[in-house]
Design a protein around this ligand. Structure first.
Ligand code: PMP
Length: 695
């Protein structure tokens, strides 16, 4: 839903059933009457009605109108509406398909938004009655609950009191919880009396007691109502039911039931609270950075609190390779959280960690044989540096305490990792005196797409010749230097460097935190060169962007040297091997192993190369390059990040440039038309000069 600036926030509540025919239409109609009795200009709306001939008043709308037939009409707010009607009495998916149509949650949510806009300004609340049960399909991928999630309105769940009611109600409540929806009430609709079997009354009473107790324990803010079977031939019968629902109507009228997605600027308050309390990455706490409030995400989209939907061009810093809310990742998370969210890794092990470790080793370059789990990329780099140092101690080489690394690298923000970042862009001057002094060599000068020039290795050769006996290890990002400049260099550089390291007795560490899991077109970028490093770090996309987890792998030789003479490796994070993160990472590997990523990344590379090519025509563009799922426009001067961020958000895309770089790194699932829109937004930004400093 994309409400326009200044539009009235949508106020709505969804009435959903535990199945079809449970009495939700009666509950909706009675609630409408209760609300109108309180003076709330409510309207009951059926977003999708099946089994009717389209007409202004059809299907359930007839019941809504009947429930308030004797009450004074509200000008501009008719009591009932049906938005989409289909003649086949079947699930919305089937009924729509029969008529050659396809329903989507997003389209229906837009129709609801437009319908609300079309009502008189005094309209107070929409009662949106779902069709069928919560998971009744709208299309092959989405169900009724996806529409509810799209609208983000609170839910009134209606169940029929009968044998089996508990199971259906509890299942539906789990689904509501799993989608992060708010529960306003559970309405238990009583069957007509007398009930048939002898045990019937006892069962019904127990159902009611159980559900009331369950609600009090698990949904304390929700109301529990028992709706008697009504004689609905006239106003008196409706009034009786409305009376029962009066407490619910009052609660809705008082608290209001704003759809979270429809509020005009609901993020404004959060932004102010954020500014008062929080700090953002690489930001001032006093000169406040521009912020958008993200409310939800799906596929390759980030949905802002005001309902605007942005095409994601960043994969949330290289991590969300499968896009957002991937059902298999979310399922793995839920399943593991039900079993065991976390236990310490000291003295304990568990299947999620062991399985993931084995699978990672199988996917990594041959020769890496042991995994150490860390909780972020920076920590994985610290672990790699410490491994190299302890390995040297194990070998009795105590002089080898320094690292050699190319300029233009980036390895994280903790102190050890920072010491091997580019000394200029890594802000070493800020922490001078604190950071260990490392050796820096020239950035690999040979482009990825140009013939390799062996002279690119001269500086490495020189430093290793002069200081080789002090170097514990050489650390670098293979093929793509990421946050230090988005530079793509020739894989032959890595082959030559591996050779130099071997001769100088230096270990080789590959930081694949940004490049791992297919981003460069190979599963690990090391594969471009066919080189196995002694130590390899990965992170970011390891969990498909869902949870923080990283891993440092090393060869058996490194592990043995560290542990020589009964020594242990001195690192052990509290959340090491977190089962939730490991389970999600394994699910992400499952998706990658189905091997669609190769075709997806190849298609992205073509789309990015083509889409960004027009940028070459602008005089301030220094270079345009694409490799794998990474597209880069390098400017001749630093860009205006905040201004560009605003420009891009206005165009419905999420892109965060830095330094002299405007770059794209979309989720692998991004469809070609969205890649084109991302690229077009970058071209537009250059055409509009929106990249220039000052603001
Ligand atoms: N190494 C590289 C190559 C990275 O790109 C990053 C993150 N940008 C890190 C290390 C640090 O990872 P994290 O932010 O998870 O600490």
């Amino acid at each position: 839903m994309t409400p326009t600036e200044g539009s009235r926030p949508l106020r709505a509540v969804f009435v959903a059933g535990t199945g079809t025919d449970v009495g939700k239409t009666v509950a909706t109609a009675a609630l409408l009457r209760a609300l109108r009795g309180l003076g709330v200009a409510a309207q009951a709306v059926k977003p999708v009605q099946t089994g009717v001939a389209p007409a202004t008043l059809c299907g359930d709308a007839i019941s809504y109108a009947a429930a308030v037939a004797d009450l004074a009409p509200v000008p501009g707010v008719p009591p009932a509406a049906v938005l989409r009607a289909f003649s086949l009495p079947a699930s919305p998916q089937l009924a729509a398909a029969r008529e050659g149509g396809r329903l989507t949650a997003a389209d229906l949510a837009s129709s609801i938004g437009e319908h609300w806009e079309g009502l008189a300004p005094g309209a107070g609340l929409l009662l949106l009655e779902a069709a069928g049960g919560l998971l009744a399909p709208l299309n092959a991928r989405e169900g009724m609950i996806d529409l509810m999630a799209e609208v983000q309105a609170p839910v009134i769940l209606v169940a029929r009191n009968e044998l089996g009611a508990l199971n259906h109600a509890l299942l539906s409540l789990e689904a509501v919880r799993a989608r992060g929806l708010e529960l306003a009430a559970l309405v238990l609709v009583e069957p007509p009396r007398p009930v048939a079997e002898a045990s019937g009354e006892a069962v019904l009473a127990e159902n009611s007691r159980y559900l009331a107790e369950h609600l009090a324990a698990h949904w304390p803010q929700a109301l529990f109502c028992r709706l008697p079977w009504g004689e609905l031939s006239g106003p008196a019968g409706w009034q009786e039911l409305a009376q029962v629902l009066l407490p619910l109507a009052r609660a809705l009228a008082e608290t209001g039931s704003g759809s979270r997605a429809g509020d005009a600027r609901p993020g404004v308050d959060l932004e102010a609270r954020d500014h008062a309390a929080l700090w953002h990455p690489y930001a001032s706490a006093t000169l406040l950075p521009p912020l958008e409030t993200a409310a939800r995400s799906h596929d390759n989209r980030i949905v802002l609190a005001d309902g605007r939907e942005l095409i994601d061009g960043m994969s949330s810093w290289w991590a969300a390779v499968h896009g957002y809310n991937h059902p298999r990742l979310n399922h793995a998370l839920r399943a593991q959280s039900a079993l065991m969210p976390h236990v310490m890794f000291g003295g304990l092990t568990h299947a999620p960690a062991v399985t993931l470790g084995e699978r990672l080793l199988a996917a990594m370059p041959e020769g890496l044989e042991r995994i150490f789990f860390a909780d972020s990329g920076s920590v994985a780099v610290e672990v790699a540096l410490k491994m190299a140092l302890q390995c040297r101690q194990g070998r009795g080489e105590r002089r080898r305490t320094r690292f050699l690394t190319p300029r233009g690298g980036y390895h994280g923000d903790t102190l050890g990792a920072m010491s091997v970042c580019d000394p200029v862009t890594g802000m070493h001057s800020l922490f001078a005196g604190m950071l260990p002094q490392q050796f820096f060599m020239e950035r690999p000068s040979c482009r990825f797409d140009a013939p390799f020039d062996p002279a690119a290795l001269d500086d490495a050769r020189r430093i290793l010749a002069e200081h080789g006996d002090e170097v514990a290890a050489v650390i670098l990002e293979p093929v793509v230097q990421g946050a230090g400049g988005m530079w793509f260099y020739h894989p032959d550089y890595l082959r030559g460097l591996a050779d130099l390291c071997r001769r100088a007795g230096a270990l080789l560490i590959f930081d694949e935190i940004a490049t791992g899991f297919g981003r460069t077109g190979r599963f690990f970028a090391a594969e471009w060169a066919g080189v196995t490093p002694d130590i390899l770090c990965c992170g970011k996309a390891l969990t498909g962007g869902v949870l923080t987890l990283a891993a440092t792998a090393c060869t058996a030789e490194v592990a043995e040297d560290i542990c020589r003479g009964g020594r242990v490796f001195m690192h052990g994070p509290t959340f090491m091997g977190n089962p939730l993160a490991c389970a999600v990472a394994s699910a992400s590997l499952d998706i990658l192993e189905e091997n669609r990523w190769q075709a997806q990344v190849a298609r992205l590379e073509r789309g990015l190369a083509e889409g960004l090519a027009p940028c070459r025509n602008f005089p301030d563009v220094a270079d345009v390059r694409a490799l794998g799922a990474i597209g880069v426009v390098e400017m001749t001067a630093p860009v205006n990040g905040p201004r560009l961020q605003r420009f891009f958000v206005e165009r419905g895309v999420w892109i965060r440039p830095f330094g002299r770089l405007i770059y794209l790194m979309p989720p692998y699932i991004t469809p070609p038309e969205d890649v084109a829109r991302l690229c077009a937004a970058v071209v537009d930004a250059l055409a509009a000069d929106a990249w220039r400093l000052p603001d």
